[in-house]
Design a protein around this ligand. Structure first.
Ligand code: FUB
Length: 330
């Protein structure tokens, strides 16, 4: 593959950025990352050391071009319903408006997904007064299909609280734990179709399973393949690909479907583990080539909560198979 300057190096180094969601808007690459902050918090396995409070939007005119920081696009003080922890965001465009989707804890400490709008892709974005009704957990990814229908994929285990919604309502007593590594079916992310105004859901969020090669749901014990967090949806040659992080085993994996609503069947790995605990990415086509945006913690010397977004080219075969990226070579 051609070597391009800027590949596998931090997009920017004056701030820490993570969880990069990349989109092509107005002919440029726009990147919507988390903005990591220094803090003294401990890594307690619940993500409490990720105490982000605002978002910056980045853009590049072209591959290899300098990355521009457009400054603060949204701050938690301007989000009436949110209390803390602005985690991995995404953005979408429809009918002259840019929509910025972000998870944060509400005043009761429950992760919800909010939406904010702007007339330009760089923001600043104005938050809606309330979170999206029915939303819960973390890491929204919004995919707009060729027919104009849009879908939100969302969810994250442990600190992302997905287990606490197993019964359909929030159970604060569901223990946070690294278990169960059992033979139960793994919890999947949820998907909801967006309303035409992109501000609410047309359908209730519905959990879906990722299936193995025999059509059976992946098990919770299958830690190298089961969903943990960071869902992302891309479409390639008419098929739909859900990629996601396996969390404590640190892979980005992907699964294939004939429809945006599944069923999704496990297909392989996109990215091997990176420096740092989290692995979170997006996949985007730009000028006929495909790119993986991801992060590691190299800029901070390995601090898990201080990450830097990067990108590299992705090879996708005509049948949709992705060549696994080894972030540091063989
Ligand atoms: O950035 C905070 C959290 O870390 C994200 O929401 C997760 O996906 C993980 O990358």
């Amino acid at each position: 593959m051609e070597k391009i300057s800027g590949f596998k190096t931090p997009l920017v180094s004056h701030i820490y950025t993570a969880d990069p969601s990349a989109h092509v808007f107005e002919g440029k690459l726009y990147i919507y990352p988390s903005h990591d902050l220094e803090n003294e918090g401990l890594d307690d396995g619940k993500g409490d050391h990720f105490k982000m409070q605002d978002y910056h939007v980045l853009s590049m005119d072209d591959i290899g071009a300098p990355c521009v920081d457009h400054g603060e696009a949204l701050h938690i003080k301007d989000v009436p319903w949110a209390s803390e922890q602005m985690w991995a965001p995404d953005a979408a465009y429809k009918d002259g408006t840019y929509f910025f989707y972000f998870p944060a804890k509400d005043k009761d400490g429950i992760f919800r997904v909010g939406v904010a709008t702007s007339k330009i892709p760089a923001g600043p974005f104005k938050a809606e007064p309330n979170y999206i009704p029915g939303s819960y957990s973390i890491d929204p990814a919004v995919f707009v299909d060729d027919d104009g229908r849009a879908y939100m994929y969302n969810g994250g285990l442990w600190g992302g609280q997905l287990e606490r919604w197993k019964t359909g309502s929030y159970n604060p007593n569901e223990p946070h734990s690294e278990a169960p590594f059992t033979d139960e079916d793994a919890l999947g992310p949820w998907v909801a179709e967006m309303s035409d105004d992109m501000l609410t859901f047309k359908t209730e969020p519905e959990e879906f399973k990722i299936l193995d090669e025999n059509g059976a749901p992946l098990k919770a014990s299958d830690e190298e393949r089961r969903f943990f967090e960071a869902p992302w949806l891309h479409k390639f040659n008419g098929k739909y690909y859900l990629s996601y992080s396996t969390g404590n085993t640190h892979f980005i994996c992907y699964a294939e479907s004939e429809t945006p609503l599944g069923p999704f069947t496990y297909k392989g790995r996109v990215l091997e583990p990176v420096l740092g605990w989290t692995n979170h990415h997006s996949i985007v086509e730009f000028k006929g080539k495909w790119y993986l945006f991801y992060h590691d913690s190299s800029l901070s010397g390995g601090k898990t909560h201080l990450r830097n977004a990067m990108y590299t080219e992705l090879e996708i075969a005509p049948d949709g198979t992705i060549t696994t990226i080894k972030p540091y070579g063989d």
